[in-house]
Design a protein around this ligand. Structure first.
Ligand code: ASP
Ligand code: MG
Length: 439
C-alpha cells in the first residue's frame, strides 16, 4: 500500500481537487492524507485570534467569507445535485458549528477544535467527490487513531494498533482517506501535530501500516539543489538519504516538514516527493541508501540570531558550557549552531521569544553580543571527514562573503555558515556555481 499525502495548494481549488482525485484513482488501494485547502488553516487561526481578543465581529466577518469561499468550491466541484447538496450541508454544518464559538468562552482547547475543521472540510469535500465518481472510498477519521502520548509526542503503538483493524475492516475499499495534521492528545481532546504537520501524519500512517512508499505530493518537482525561490537554475535532486533530507528540511527547504523523516527512516519506508502539476516527473526519492561523496543541495534558514559570550573565565575551565546551555534550556529555546574557542562561544537561535531574558542571564558569565537578521546557509551531502576536497570547494564559494560562523563535523552530512541575511542570495548563487555547475 502507498501513502499519498497532498498539501494545501494541491487541494486548493475545485480544479486541483479534481486533479488530485485523478491521481488517487491511478493508484492501487492508496491511503490518502489531505491537508486543509490552502489558506484555510491561516483563516481559522485568524478567527481564533479574534475570539481570543474577544472581537466577535472580526471572527464572524472572517467566518462569513470562509463560508462563501467553500460554497463557491461546492458549486464548482460536483456534477450532480445530490453530491452538491450533501457537501453543501456538510459545509453549512461546520460553519454553523464554528459560529457557535463566537458565543462561548474561547480558550486554547477551542482553538484546537476550530483549527481542526480545515482538514475535516477538505477530506469531506474529496470524499463526496470520489463517491460521486463511483469510487469505493472509505473516510477514516484521524481523530479515531492519531493520538499523542503524555509527552505530547505521537503514540505510535496506539496509532498502529488502532489503524490496522480499521483498514482490515474494509476489504472492499479502493481508496482510504484521512485528515492530516489533526489528532487527539493524551487527555482525549482534539489537538494537532503543529503547523505543516500533515507530512508527519503521512509518515506516521506509513510506518503504522508498513506502507511500501510514502508519497508527499506538492507543486514542485521534488527537492531542489538550491532554493528556487532565491536562486535561478536550480535542479531537482533525484535521491537523498534520510539524514540529508532531515538537514535540508530543517534548514529551510519548505517542501517537506522535518518531523516527517523520523518515522519513515525507522520503519525503512522510502519517501517520494512528487508534483501534482507534473505527476510523471521523477521527483525526489528519500531512503536509507547513501550516495558516496556526492554533495546534494544547499538550503537556507532566515531570521537567525547569533549570540556570542566571551569570557576569560572559560579559559581552561570546565562546566562553563553547561552553565551557558542551562540558560537556554530554562527558556526552552533550542540552539541551532554552535562554535567555540578557548575564550568564547557563539550560538544561534531562531526562536527569539525569550531573547532578552537569555541575554540578561548570560551576562552573569561573560560579555554578551548579539547579531540580528542573520541566516544559516547549509550545504548537504555525503561529507564524511575522510572524503577530501569538498571543504575547499564549499569554502571557495564564500571567498567574497563575510562569514560570521562555520560549523562542520557535527554530522557527516552538512557544513553550515552563518551570514547576514542580505548576503544569502549571493552565497547561494556562488555555492550553486561551485558545487553543481563546475562538475
Ligand atoms: N493545514 C495545516 C497547516 O496549514 C497542516 C498542513 O497543511 O500540513 O499547517
Ligand atoms: Mg506542507
Amino acid at each position: 500500500m502507498n501513502i499519498m499525502k497532498f498539501g494545501g495548494t494541491s487541494v486548493g481549488s475545485p480544479e486541483r481537487i479534481k486533479k488530485v482525485a485523478e491521481l488517487i484513482c491511478r493508484e492501487n488501494r492508496p491511503f490518502v492524507v489531505l491537508s486543509a485547502m490552502s489558506g484555510t488553516t491561516n483563516t481559522l487561526l485568524e478567527v481564533a485570534g479574534y475570539l481570543l481578543n474577544r472581537n466577535q465581529e472580526g471572527a464572524i466577518d472572517t467566518l462569513t467569507s470562509l463560508e462563501a469561499k467553500y460554497e463557491g468550491v461546492v458549486s464548482r466541484l460536483y456534477g450532480t445535485d445530490a453530491a452538491r447538496e450533501k457537501a453543501g450541508q456538510y459545509v453549512k454544518d461546520v460553519l454553523d458549528y464554528l459560529k457557535t464559538f463566537t458565543k462561548k468562552l474561547f480558550t486554547s482547547t477551542q482553538e484546537k477544535i476550530l483549527v481542526a475543521q480545515g482538514e475535516l472540510l477538505s477530506t469531506h469535500l474529496m470524499y463526496f467527490y470520489l463517491e460521486e465518481k463511483g469510487v469505493k472510498v472509505v473516510l477514516l477519521p484521524a481523530l479515531d487513531f492519531m493520538k499523542l502520548n503524555q509527552q505530547g509526542e505521537p503514540d505510535s503503538d496506539f496509532i498502529s494498533s488502532s489503524l490496522a483493524p480499521l483498514v482490515a475492516g474494509h476489504p472492499e475499499a479502493e481508496v482510504f482517506l484521512t485528515q492530516g495534521f489533526i489528532c487527539k492528545n493524551a487527555q482525549d481532546e482534539i489537538d494537532n501535530l503543529q503547523r505543516g504537520g500533515s507530512d508527519y501524519t503521512a509518515s506516521l500512517v506509513g510506518a503504522a501500516l508498513n506502507a511500501e512508499e510514502i508519497q508527499i505530493w506538492t507543486d514542485i518537482d521534488g527537492m531542489h539543489n538550491v532554493d528556487p525561490r532565491v536562486v535561478r537554475d536550480s535542479r531537482p535532486v533525484r535521491h537523498l538519504q534520510f539524514e540529508e533530507a532531515a538537514e535540508l528540511a530543517y534548514f529551510g527547504a519548505k517542501i517537506l516538514h522535518p518531523t516527517c523523516i523520523q518515522p519513515a527512516k525507522f520503519a525503512n519506508i522510502p519517501v517520494r516527493l512528487l508534483n501534482t502539476m507534473n505527476p510523471d516527473a521523477e521527483g525526489t526519492l528519500i531512503d536509507n541508501n547513501p550516495d558516496h561523496g556526492v554533495i546534494k543541495a544547499v538550503a537556507a534558514k532566515d531570521n537567525i540570531v547569533a549570540i556570542k559570550i566571551k569570557s576569560s573565565r572559560m579559559l581552561l575551565a570546565h562546566g562553563f558550557l553547561r552553565r551557558v546551555f542551562e540558560i537556554f534550556e530554562s527558556y526552552r529555546t533550542p540552539i541551532d549552531m554552535i562554535c567555540t574557542s578557548e575564550v568564547g562561544v557563539s550560538m544561534t537561535i531562531d526562536d527569539t521569544t525569550h531573547l532578552s531574558s537569555i541575554i540578561h542571564d548570560l551576562k552573569r558569565y561573560g560579555t554578551v553580543s548579539v547579531d540580528l537578521d542573520m541566516c544559516i546557509v547549509c550545504v548537504v551531502g555525503d561529507m564524511e571527514w575522510e572524503n577530501v576536497g569538498f571543504e575547499s570547494r564549499v569554502l571557495d564559494a564564500m571567498k567574497d562573503i563575510p562569514v560570521r560562523m562555520i560549523s562542520y563535523g557535527g554530522s557527516n552530512y552538512n557544513i553550515s555558515f552563518l551570514l547576514k541575511e542580505e548576503d544569502k542570495k549571493r552565497a547561494m548563487e556562488a555555492l550553486r556555481r561551485n558545487l553543481f555547475e563546475k562538475c
